[in-house]
Design a protein around this ligand. Structure first.
Ligand SMILES: Cc1cc2nc3c(=O)[nH]c(=O)nc-3n(C[C@H](O)[C@H](O)[C@H](O)COP(=O)(O)OP(=O)(O)OC[C@H]3O[C@@H](n4cnc5c(N)ncnc54)[C@H](O)[C@@H]3O)c2cc1C
Length: 448
């Protein structure tokens, strides 16, 4: 079978790899000059680093298996997480139950309720109830208004902007449930986060090497313009130079809006599903510093007057000795695609960020900065609203032999490399099974 895979993020790469391993003739088309999509990297002090901070949980079993399979298992490290909240001018560590007990911005009764909420969600496997209600309504009803206003509301606002009150409780359930599940020794156990020493580019590069060595036609810098179909069946893709490449099946591992522009006519219901899911885009400034800003790896900033949602100090996770002595800080925002920040230059953004960093550490100064980079990640986080199961598009599209695999289809878990890889593998399997079924149906002697 000849398969065209569109999109060289980790979902498209995983689909291509599994199809290649089963002996199929695969072409992988990626618009940008490199593979990996949102797992793109650049170099700091001689070591590669993710443009967008990345770590794994122990529940990310699919990617961990793939990393082992690619011979990179010995590069994985598991490190105690250092999570904190910056609120009312103070950094509060937020890892253990004791940290929660000491979180004085919240009245004691609400701290207890917040702790109980975590324990309850950890135990609950029956997430269907959480599909039908927003996180705001569920928390206000079952925990307390204050816990929503002081804790979850500002975080949801930071991540989802004006859509903060539309996010389904199932999204928050999956975050909390999986995070607790990743603590092998139970809720009192400290959380550990995983990192591939040398960056996640190691597995992306090894996958690319194996794809090329296995005969996959990997074409970077090749933005697919159109998917062709005849009599309701996908027949191939059209490349930027107008060349038509024939294929028996097409896997589109790209965001829905991009897919819709290149797809042959679908059905009104499928079009509606493609349009139904909104996205937040990511804006991430990475700075290297002479000194650490704080002792926290992941600092939530639940304060709408601050110009960023979170600070991720990577070198409080993987030490600065791996990056030529640089201390690395990600200044992170998720924003609506039309947010004004996307129109600002790096210097204009820095003029906003710099005074805010000083409120976190008054000793901080621009002289600490060695280098700065600005990364924009379109289609970074789908917005999971209530009754999402009825809204998301299927992997099998209404056109025979045409499949869609993007982050809007990951559910009920939140998006992440693990689930994109799992989805890529599952869609590859669907392609193979459908092809075998079609071959059986059309074989001489098949009964109509
Ligand atoms: C800020 C941030 C932090 C994150 N943190 C973590 C984390 O800590 N842990 C974790 O596991 N995950 C994390 N993730 C999520 C993870 O990066 C994604 O789940 C995963 O990379 C998505 O892969 P994908 O292949 O589904 O999509 P993408 O990476 O978006 O790939 C889609 C690809 O399609 C290509 N494309 C688009 N149009 C065309 C076209 N016309 N022709 C050809 N190619 C095209 C794009 O260039 C892109 O490469 C994070 C993401 C962000 C943004």
């Amino acid at each position: 079978m000849k398969v065209a895979v569109i999109g060289g993020g980790v979902a498209g790469m995983a689909a291509s790899y599994r199809l290649m391993q089963q002996g199929h003739d695969v072409a992988l088309y990626e618009a940008s000059p490199y593979l990996g999509g949102l797992v793109r990297t650049f170099e700091v002090g001689g070591t590669r680093l993710e443009a967008f901070y990345h770590h794994l949980f122990s529940t990310d079993t699919t990617i961990l298996r793939l990393i082992d399979e690619l011979g990179l298992g010995d590069r994985m490290r598991w490190i105690d997480s250092k999570v904190g909240w910056f609120t009312r001018g103070t950094i509060y560590p937020f890892v253990t139950p004791l940290d929660l007990a000491r979180f004085s911005p919240l009245p004691l009764v609400d701290r207890v309720k917040l702790g109980l909420m975590g324990l309850q969600l950890r135990k609950r496997d029956d997430w269907e109830e959480f599909e039908r209600i927003t996180a705001k309504d569920w928390i206000e009803k079952n925990v307390s208004k204050n816990v929503f206003e002081q804790v979850w509301g500002p975080l949801l606002h930071g991540k989802y902007g004006d859509a903060y009150d539309q996010v389904a409780m199932v999204w928050l359930w999956s975050k909390i449930h999986l995070r607790f599940a990743s603590r092998k020794g139970g809720p009192l156990q400290k959380e550990q986060l995983g990192y591939l020493m040398g960056s996640f580019a190691l597995y992306v590069d090894e996958l690319e090497r194996r794809l090329r060595a296995g005969g996959v036609d990997v074409r970077t810098g090749t933005s697919v313009q159109q998917i062709t179909a005849e009599r309701g069946r996908a027949t191939g893709v059209v490349l930027p130079d107008g060349a038509k490449q024939r294929a028996d099946a097409v896997v589109a591992a790209v965001p829905s809006a991009i897919f819709k522009k290149m797809a042959p006519p679908l059905t009104p219901d499928y079009d509606r599903r493609l349009d139904a899911v909104g996205w937040q885009f990511a804006l991430c400034m990475v700075v290297t510093m002479k000194h650490p800003l704080s002792h926290i790896y992941w600092m939530n900033i639940p304060d709408q007057s601050m110009p960023f949602l979170a600070l991720v100090e990577h070198t409080n996770f993987i030490g600065p000795e791996h990056y030529g002595g640089n201390h690395i800080l990600y200044i992170s925002n998720y924003l609506a695609p039309d947010h004004e920040y996307f129109g600002l230059s790096e210097d204009q953004l820095w003029a906003l960020f710099e005074p805010a960093l000083r409120t976190i550490n008054p000793a901080f100064s621009s002289d600490w900065i060695n280098e700065r980079w600005l990364f924009k990640g379109p289609y970074a986080q789908p917005i999971i609203t209530t009754n999402y199961r009825d809204k998301r598009p299927d992997h099998r599209t209404p056109v025979d032999g045409l499949y869609l695999a993007n982050m809007t289809q990951i559910y009920p878990e939140d998006r992440g490399q693990n689930y994109s890889i799992k989805m890529g593998e599952e869609v590859a399997q669907m392609v193979v099974e459908d092809y075998a079924q079609r071959a059986a149906d059309t074989a001489p002697g098949a009964v109509a």
